[in-house]
Design a binder for this molecule. Structure first.
Ligand SMILES: NC(=O)C1=CN([C@@H]2O[C@H](COP(=O)(O)OP(=O)(O)OC[C@H]3O[C@@H](n4cnc5c(N)ncnc54)[C@H](OP(=O)(O)O)[C@@H]3O)[C@@H](O)[C@H]2O)C=CC1
Ligand SMILES: O=C(O)CCC(=O)C(=O)O
Ligand SMILES: [Mg+2]
Length: 416
């Protein structure tokens, strides 16, 4: 049964044949409130975005928010269905939407609702920009040197959840197949072993790296780094790097540097050199701490991207301020990097910055850059005034502790 109420005052965003968007003055934007702290941060995000849009366009534009359901609120609304079909349909039909974090139901048949959403909608890019806002407390000496954009492959890898529990018939069958038909002798304890599969394809890799390189060109960035553990997992992570370089050479005309595999090409818009390089994943975790200025756009596999996102976020203030987007060729679903932080749920305490900045990305995606600029101005102003939530307050000298909703009010105040 349908539970989505379509706002009467709004219109749909549509996609043109060339992939660009038609954005009406009152676009209908579906939102999922989210579990845990979703109840705290989502209303604050909406209020901040409404204020920015109203101010930027003199009330000539506004967002017609449309609540859609997933996770715990869906289970309550749809008699136990955590993942309603009409939610998926709405995300597809309305093209641009935003979500709060989701918990995975225990025994609900889903490994992760977030991963399921990405898979069902083929949102193959997880784009996570990481940059420092002046005044944000950081554990590193020069957080201003961190300015990277992660393109995390969002549909493949060990993250796809193809695995079998130890001791089950399925796990035993896979082990038997590997040993008897594939000649595998390296399974250390074959009797009681959980076993997983790591699919990484040429098509999946190339479509991700293509998006990352196009972004590098469009945003006039300096380099793209392929992050992988190909020295150990040669045919999955190693192939990711090989296919990434191949794409750079074949589709972007990159030429090898000193015999390769690093290569470079000229940005067709600016003539500036773009370097395509690679770094092994464990070394990358050191590099981002010691030499962050050398890294710009990053393309990586699903699990590496998950780890890198939180590690990089920590360098610029933590996951309370880390935004993101899940993208296919036409659908965009914006979401924070963090999860449901259940211990803080309903306390009006956490930092809504991550979801606000995810919505700021959404405004830019809609072409509403003036409103996006106001959001950034408001965030910068609130942080510089040291009126911040607990996560920043505990690390800042002389800061004034604000609740989640009060921080939202501060952001709005500083848009003026
Ligand atoms: N996309 C999604 O919907 C995601 C969902 N999840 C799910 O969320 C649940 C909880 O995961 P968990 O591993 O605890 O990770 P979380 O990201 O939910 O929280 C970990 C810690 O990060 C800090 N934190 C998170 N969000 C904020 C915020 N808005 N403001 C300030 N600090 C914040 C808190 O740190 P401190 O304690 O130091 O204050 C918190 O305890 C799991 O079910 C997981 O699967 C996880 C990641 C993404
Ligand atoms: O889906 C989840 O529960 C976790 C996902 C996650 O950590 C991420 O996408 O960064
Ligand atoms: Mg994560």
């Amino acid at each position: 049964m349908g539970h989505i109420q379509v706002p009467a005052n709004g219109e749909k965003v549509t996609v043109n044949a060339d992939g660009s968007l038609n954005v009406p003055n009152t676009p209908i934007i579906p939102f999922i409130e989210g579990d845990g702290i979703g109840v705290d941060i989502t209303p604050v995000m909406r209020k901040v975005i409404d204020a920015a849009v109203s101010k930027a366009y003199n009330d000539e534009k506004s967002i017609a928010w449309m609540e859609i359901f997933c996770g715990e609120k869906a289970a309550e609304t749809y008699s136990g269905d955590w993942f309603p079909a009409e939610t998926l349909e709405a995300i597809k039909e309305y093209v641009v939407s935003i979500k709060g974090p989701l918990t995975t139901p225990v025994g609900g048949g889903f490994r992760s609702l977030n991963v399921a959403l990405r898979q069902e909608l083929d949102l193959y890019v997880c784009q996570r920009p990481v940059r420092w806002f002046s005044g944000v407390p950081s554990p590193v000496k020069e957080p201003n040197k961190v300015d990277m954009v992660i393109f995390r492959e969002n549909s493949e890898d060990i993250y796809a959840g193809i695995e079998w529990k130890a001791g089950t018939d399925e796990a035993n069958k896979v082990v038997k197949f590997l040993q008897e038909e594939m000649g595998v002798k390296k399974i250390r304890f074959p009797q009681e072993v959980g076993i997983g599969v790591k699919p990484v394809s040429e098509e999946g890799t190339k479509r991700l790296v293509r998006k990352a390189l196009q972004y590098t060109i469009d945003q006039d960035r300096d380099s793209l780094t392929l992050v992988h553990k190909g020295n150990i997992m040669k045919f999955t992570e190693g192939a990711f790097a090989d296919w990434g370089y191949e794409l750079a050479r074949e589709e972007f005309g990159a030429q090898p540097i000193d015999g390769g595999p690093w290569c470079s090409f000229k940005n067709p818009n600016t003539g500036k050199e773009i370097v395509v390089k690679d770094v092994i994943a464990d070394a990358m975790l050191q590099q981002i701490l010691l030499r962050p200025a050398e890294y710009d756009v990053i393309a990586t596999l699903n699990l590496n991207g998950d780890y890198l996102s939180d590690a990089l976020a920590a360098q610029v203030g933590g996951i309370g301020i880390a935004p993101g987007a899940n993208l296919s060729d036409d659908v965009a679903l914006f979401e924070a990097t963090h999860g449901t932080a259940p211990k803080y749920a309903g306390q009006d305490k956490v930092n809504p910055g991550s979801l606000i900045l995810s919505a700021e990305m959404m405004l830019r995606h809609l072409g509403w850059n003036e409103a996006a600029e106001l959001v950034v101005k408001g965030m910068e102003g609130a942080i510089e005034a040291k009126t911040v939530t607990y996560d920043f307050e505990r690390l800042m000298d002389g800061a004034e502790l604000k609740s989640c909703s009060e921080f939202g009010e501060e952001v709005i105040k500083h848009m003026a």
